[in-house]
Design a protein around this ligand. Sequence first.
Ligand code: NAP
Length: 254
Amino acid sequence: MEERRLGPVVGLGTWNTFGGDATLAREVVGAALDARCRLFDSSPMYRGAEASLGAALGGARPQARIATKIWASSTDEGREQFRRQVEWFGRVEIEQIHNLVEWRGQLRWLERDRDEGRVDMLGVTHYSPHAFAELADALRTGRFDVVQLPLNPDERECERELLPLATELGIAVIVMRPLGEGSLLRRSPPVEALRELGVESWPEALLKWALSDERVDAVIPATRNPAHARANARAGDPPWFGSEERRLVERLAS
Ligand SMILES: NC(=O)c1ccc[n+]([C@@H]2O[C@H](COP(=O)([O-])OP(=O)(O)OC[C@H]3O[C@@H](n4cnc5c(N)ncnc54)[C@H](OP(=O)(O)O)[C@@H]3O)[C@@H](O)[C@H]2O)c1
């Protein structure tokens, strides 16, 4: 699998997947690891997924890069979330501020934890274009290393300001919702079109569409199905789509 600034380009999202089900987590995380995925995204919002992810990684923890989040309206609560993450993961490679909640306050103490080596990189996330102006303001502070945003053929608002800004500032980009939370999978394009794209499945085409934008460092498709985790990892191998192939995916998705 190709590696960019955050390692192998296909990771695993954990929203609405295994939650607190540690057995399912072991199967899904094990399949993702076997398929060379290394980036695991989670959050205190994801109903027990952090604890299950930590347990599922077990002895493979050193291979993984944990990208979790602080989602708290007070700094005391934020610090408590981090304390529990350290119990589950030992440390956190990428700590993101979820949905910009209380980001200025959380950033102050998180920077100290990064400086003291308990966190490698700081990130910030939002799913809604209504918040993109504030997300851009946060990036312009120069205090974030990573941004997480939605990008798929139906959600391209980040292309206007955020992706150029991330490139200008040298900020790594994680793509959430690369499959449109599953909504883009309702249609299944003809096999000939997939063959023309050189892919085995429609999810693979969509993931490759996002990764073919060289400003993107990683996609984090979520799944509760180990076979889907393995299939999604295939999207991380070049060759990447050129502009014609990207346009074909856009037409197939519309
Ligand atoms: N949604 C948000 O607003 C949001 C916000 C912040 C962060 N994130 C992060 O970004 C991650 C990804 O976004 P997302 O979970 O919203 O949506 P997504 O990854 O775009 O789509 C997930 C959906 O796609 C299905 N799927 C995945 N691989 C498949 C395959 N190979 N074949 C068929 N179906 C497949 C999953 O169902 P199966 O389980 O059946 O595979 C699930 O229903 C999240 O998990 C989270 O870590 C999301």
